[in-house]
Write a protein that binds this ligand. Structure first.
Ligand SMILES: Nc1ncnc2c1ncn2[C@@H]1O[C@H](COP(=O)(O)OP(=O)(O)OP(=O)(O)O)[C@@H](O)[C@H]1O
Ligand SMILES: [Mg+2]
Length: 246
C-alpha cells in the first residue's frame, strides 16, 4: 500500500517536557484513521507538527509520492500541498449565506479584493451544490451561517475545507458539543470524505470512533502505545491501564 504521510522518529519538547517522543505514524491516500489517548498524550501537538505550526526537534515528516519534507515548508505551503485542518471553533463568516461561505472557500486567493471581484463560473456554482449535498446542508444554502446550529456550523466548516480539496484532512475532536444525531451525521460526512482522501480524526467519544469503523492509533506520552482495530486496541492491557480504565 502506498503512503501519503509518513512521520518517523519525531520528538518535540516544550521547556524540557517531551510532548512527542520518537513518534512514528503512516497513513495511505484514501484512509480513515482515528487517534485516541489520554489528555496530554500529544494528539493535538501531532497535528500541529504535520501542519507546520510546531517544528519538531528531530525526526522526519514526509509527504506524497515524491516524499517531500513538510519540515522545510511554511504553514501556508503545507496547506497548499493539500493538508487541511479543522479547528474546534468554526471560522465561518456568520453574516454570509451558507452558499457564499462555500463559494468563497473554493477560491485559493481569499483576499477581500479578489473575493469582491470574484465572478463565479457555472462549474463553481455546481461545486457549491455538490459540497452542500456532501455535508447535508442543501436545504440551508440561502440561510446566513450565523443562524445555523452548532452542528451545522461544524459541517459547513468541513465543507469549506473540502472545497479546497485537501489530500489529508485533520479533524480534532469534532463530536464535542454535538447531539447524538449531529454526531452520527458528522461520522457519515467524514466516512464519505475518506473514500477519496486521508482523514485523521482525534476523538475521545468511543461510540463516535466505533462508527468511523477504521484503524485506531492510541497515543500515550507522545508515542504510539497500540495500533489496530478498535476491538484490538481496547483489549490491550496497556491501553486499558492508561486510558480506558481511568
Ligand atoms: N505550545 C506548547 N507549549 C508548552 N507545552 C505544550 C504546548 N503544546 C502542548 N503542550 C503540552 O504538551 C502535552 C501534549 O499536549 P496536547 O495538547 O498535544 O495533548 P492532547 O493529546 O491533544 O490532549 P487533549 O486530549 O487534552 O486535547 C501537554 O502536556 C501540553 O501541556
Ligand atoms: Mg488535544
Amino acid at each position: 500500500m502506498s503512503t501519503l504521510l509518513e512521520v518517523s522518529g519525531v520528538s518535540v519538547s516544550f521547556d524540557g517536557f517531551k510532548a512527542i517522543n520518537n513518534l512514528s505514524f503512516q497513513i495511505g491516500p484514501a484512509e480513515m484513521r482515528a487517534i485516541i489517548g489520554p489528555n496530554g498524550a500529544g494528539k493535538t501537538t501531532f497535528m500541529d507538527i504535520v501542519t507546520g505550526k510546531t517544528r519538531p526537534d528531530e525526526g522526519r515528516v514526509l509527504w506524497g509520492e515524491k516524499s517531500l519534507s513538510l519540515l522545510k515548508m511554511s504553514e501556508a505551503r503545507i496547506a497548499r500541498e493539500g493538508v487541511g485542518r479543522k479547528f474546534q471553533r468554526p471560522t465561518v463568516f456568520e453574516d454570509q449565506s451558507v452558499h457564499d461561505n462555500l463559494l468563497m472557500a473554493l477560491k485559493n486567493d481569499r483576499t477581500p479584493w479578489s473575493v469582491l471581484f470574484f465572478r463565479p463560473k457555472f462549474k463553481d456554482l455546481a461545486r457549491v451544490e455538490e459540497l452542500a449535498s456532501e455535508i447535508g446542508l442543501s436545504d440551508e444554502l440561502n440561510r446566513k451561517a450565523g443562524e445555523l446550529s452548532h452542528g451545522q456550523k461544524q459541517w459547513l466548516e468541513i465543507g469549506m475545507l473540502l472545497a479546497q480539496e485537501p489530500r489529508l484532512l485533520l479533524v480534532d475532536e469534532p463530536a464535542a458539543g454535538m447531539t447524538l444525531s449531529e454526531r452520527e451525521h458528522t461520522t457519515d460526512i467524514l466516512v464519505e470524505a475518506a473514500k477519496t482522501r486521508a482523514v485523521v480524526v482525534v476523538e475521545h467519544d468511543m461510540e463516535f470512533v466505533r462508527r468511523l469503523n477504521c484503524k485506531v492509533t492510541v497515543l500515550h506520552e507522545g508515542s504510539v502505545l497500540a495500533e489496530g482495530s478498535l476491538d484490538h486496541v481496547t483489549q490491550n492491557q496497556d491501553v486499558i491501564d492508561v486510558y480506558l480504565g481511568r
